[in-house]
Design a protein around this ligand. Structure first.
Ligand SMILES: [Zn+2]
Length: 476
């Protein structure tokens, strides 16, 4: 039984200074509730929306990166529904029927999957506003005595991406989402790691059956779980001889199930019509050309460059280019340390391990790339061992401490100075005459002497040099 999945993805444009139709700031994550508000985003009568052109520019970037056709005219429409998070009783959005057009249509994104590549077609891209945010003090609306509304989110710009039903498993959907989220990070549209940065609606069906829409899924892990749950549910119905009902469900993350939504709206209920407060905006060829000539390097182009210029594996290149800050960090550290594969290995394993342990956000990274480069060159020059490097790394990454300073103040440097080691070996030879005689006859006994030297330095002497010096002195 083949599964058929298409998705609608809403991405918050959180990398612009102000909301879609007013000048309120977009930093609602850190702001006090209802602080970032004005008559426009509170939906007060008589207020008039004014379009933020940066959002149009960002939407154009996305359309270009996905090879979508940009409509010549940007038409905002009113989508009517009644909900406490929507004081105007309509959301300003876009529509693709009755003379109204989406922002862009068509296009595609290729995802690497199971060693091969698969093309996921894009149906359309739209610009719309986010409603306010409702929260329930008890978590569950039915158990909460009241609900709270935060209008900081009201009017936040969203980009809606709708795909064709080209995906067949939750893993393909995840691969698509991961690639899109990396893309919007590179295009400076959205920080995908901020809470609430994206939401997914998935249209899921089994070939020949009716389609079920699962709405409002907020994390990659939940998308995978919700799709798997829904596919199993539908297959079980079909196996039992029943038929799947066409409906809207939502994902209950706490219980790990999809549930029938009570509210049911049809397209015609929304009574879409062009917003009279927002006359159509012409998207000229000059505007598109201008955006096109200022496009940042795309993540997949950068991954190819990492493979070709630095000799990285595809896996390494994909991980390092998955976020722009990480790829930048890698390339900046390379200016101070010339071995790309050793650097990649440290960043992917130890460095990202530390970052993820502290929430995964680049904001925890305080240490500049040159310091990580410096650490690796200390390792190469034998100043520190790999064990010491791993011990110091968290302080360099999280606290921006200087590696040289840490090594000196904590006395962590490897003793590789031959004259120092020679002196230590002489001391050990004087103190252990019998062991020296033994070692001259029995080569295995040399380890006892090496152990004595290491003990004198609390493990900091360079073991290879100690072995070499001891062996030479035994022959003398
Ligand atoms: Zn406002």
């Amino acid at each position: 039984m083949r599964s058929i999945i298409g998705i609608e993805l809403h991405i918050q444009v959180n990398r612009v200074g102000s909301k879609l139709f007013c000048s309120c700031p977009t930093n609602y994550y850190s702001a006090e509730a209802n602080r970032n508000t004005c008559p426009v985003c509170l939906g007060l009568p008589g207020s008039l929306p004014v379009v933020n052109y940066s959002v149009i520019e960002k939407a154009t970037r996305l359309a270009l990166a996905l090879s979508s056709r940009i409509s010549g005219s940007l038409i905002f429409v009113r989508k009517h529904y009644f909900y406490p998070d929507l004081p105007k009783n309509y959301q300003i959005s876009q529509y693709d029927r009755a003379g109204m057009v989406p922002f862009a249509s068509g296009g595609y994104l290729d995802i690497g999957f199971g060693g091969s590549s698969k093309r996921i077609r894009i149906r359309r891209i739209n610009i719309e506003e986010d409603p306010a945010k409702i929260s329930y003090p008890e978590g569950d609306p039915l158990k909460s005595p009241y609900s709270l509304i935060d209008y900081n989110r009201s009017g936040m710009p969203l980009l809606e991406i709708v795909t064709e039903a080209d995906m067949e498993s939750s893993k393909e959907v995840r691969a698509f989402l991961e690639k899109i989220l990396t893309l919007v990070d590179y295009l400076d549209i959205c920080d995908p790691d901020l809470e609430g940065a994206f939401r997914v609606d998935a249209n899921i069906s089994i070939e020949g059956g009716e389609r079920v829409e699962v709405k409002n899924i907020g994390s990659l892990r939940d998308v995978e779980k919700a799709i798997n749950y829904e596919l199993t549910r539908q297959r079980n119905i079909i196996r039992a001889g029943g038929s799947v009902k066409r409906e809207t469900r939502h994902w209950d993350s706490a219980r790990g199930v999809t549930v029938t939504s009570r509210a049911k709206e049809y397209e015609e209920d929304y009574r879409y019509f062009p917003d009279p407060d927002l006359p159509p905006i012409e998207i000229t060829k000059e505007f598109i050309d201008n955006v096109s000539s200022n496009m940042p390097e795309l993540p997949w182009v950068r991954a190819e460059r990492f493979i070709e210029s630095y000799g990285l594996s595809r896996y390494e290149a994909n991980v390092l280019t998955s976020r722009r800050w990480l790829a930048d960090y890698f390339e900046n550290a390379l200016k101070y340390y010339g071995n790309p594969s050793k650097l990649a290995d440290l960043l992917i394993n130890d460095f990202l391990g530390i970052v993820n342990e502290h929430g995964g956000s680049p904001r925890v990274v305080k240490g500049s790339p040159d310091k990580v480069g410096k650490l690796l060159s200390f390792l190469d020059r034998g100043v520190i061992s790999i064990k010491i490097l791993k011990q110091i790394l968290p302080d360099v990454v999280l606290r921006d401490l200087d590696p040289e300073e840490i090594i000196r103040s904590r006395g962590l440097d490897v003793i590789s100075d031959r004259s120092v080691i020679e002196k230590l070996v002489d001391e050990v030879f004087r103190e252990n005459p019998k062991a020296v005689e033994d070692a001259k006859k029995n080569p295995k006994a040399i380890n006892f002497l090496i152990g004595k030297v290491m003990a004198k330095t609390r493990g900091k002497a360079h073991p290879a040099i100690v072995r070499e010096v001891v062996a030479r002195k035994l022959r003398e």
